[in-house]
Structure formats: C-alpha cells, structure tokens
Design a protein around this ligand. Structure first.
Ligand code: ZN
Length: 157
C-alpha cells in the first residue's frame, strides 16, 4: 500500500480549510472541517458523545448546541465525505470467499507498530553482534546499517 494510492483516491478534495455549506431542512448550515487543534482542544474527561458535540460546536458557525446534537449524524457524514483522509478506510475483499468489507486504517497506530518493530529488530542485531565481538551498544549503533548487516552476515555464515 502506497501513500500515492491514498492521495489518488481523494483527488478533488481540498483539505480542511474554508467554510463549507450544507443544506438542512431548507436552511443553509455553515461549518468548517475539524483540525488537529480542534481535536487537541476537546476536553478528554468528556464522554464520547459530549466530546463529539464539543468538536462539532467548534466547527459549526451558525446554530446553537441543541441543534448541533440533532445534526450530529448528517454533519459527521458530510465531514467524512469532504475530508476522506481524516478517517481513512480500506476497501478489502477476502481472497478465499470474496466477502467485501471496509476496515478503518489508524495511521498513527500503524506507524507506531512499525517503529516498535524497527527498534526490536535493531536491538536484536545489537545483541547478536555484541555477543559475537564483545563491542558496546554505542559502538555497534555507530556502524552504518550496511556495515552492521555485513557483520551480521559474517556471524550467521
Ligand atoms: Zn472469507
């Protein structure tokens, strides 16, 4: 899976700037898309529903809180449509049975797992080289990845 594929699927969307308009019961509702700053400003002690209301209240320009609560679902659906990368979803099909489904893709969690995997591999490499040569962790980490791999290949040969 490549970043380019993600971006290509979202062409025509202009990101999160600017005021948007959505018609609700014959009335124009003005809002903007949530930003990272909006997410950070949400009170973490709130329930999920109350946090959602606080977030929408920050983004809707011209209606009061009671109406925001009523409009949560259509407004969230419209926000997701306008900014598909805010909550990326993958369309998947099971190879065995052909069942099609979508899966939420948590970019931050994925990246964190990648980093944890990389750290675990690196520490494993340090362990192998230190066990064979008695070098310190600092000495081993100061080798370039290419040189580290050469020693690993020699040890495992
Ligand atoms: Zn299946």
């Amino acid at each position: 899976m490549r970043v380019e594929d993600f971006l290509a699927a979202c062409q025509g969307h202009e990101g999160s700037n600017g005021t948007r308009t959505m018609e609700v019961d014959g009335r124009a509702l003005h809002f903007r898309l949530p930003t990272i700053e909006d997410l950070e400003a949400v009170d973490e002690s709130l329930s999920y529903a109350d946090a959602q209301t606080q977030l929408l209240r920050a983004c809707v320009h011209d209606i009061d809180l009671a109406q925001v609560t009523q409009l949560n679902e259509p407004l969230l659906a419209e926000m997701a449509r306008l900014d598909p990368l805010a909550e990326p979803r993958l369309a998947l099909t099971c190879e065995a049975c052909g069942h099609a489904f979508t899966l939420a893709f948590d970019v931050a969690a994925f990246l964190w797992r990648e980093i944890e995997g990389w750290v675990a591999r690196l520490m494993g490499d340090v362990h192998i080289i230190a066990s064979a040569y008695g070098w310190s962790e600092r000495e081993i980490l100061s080798l370039s990845p290419t040189r580290r791999q050469v020693y690993l290949d020699l040890i495992c040969a």
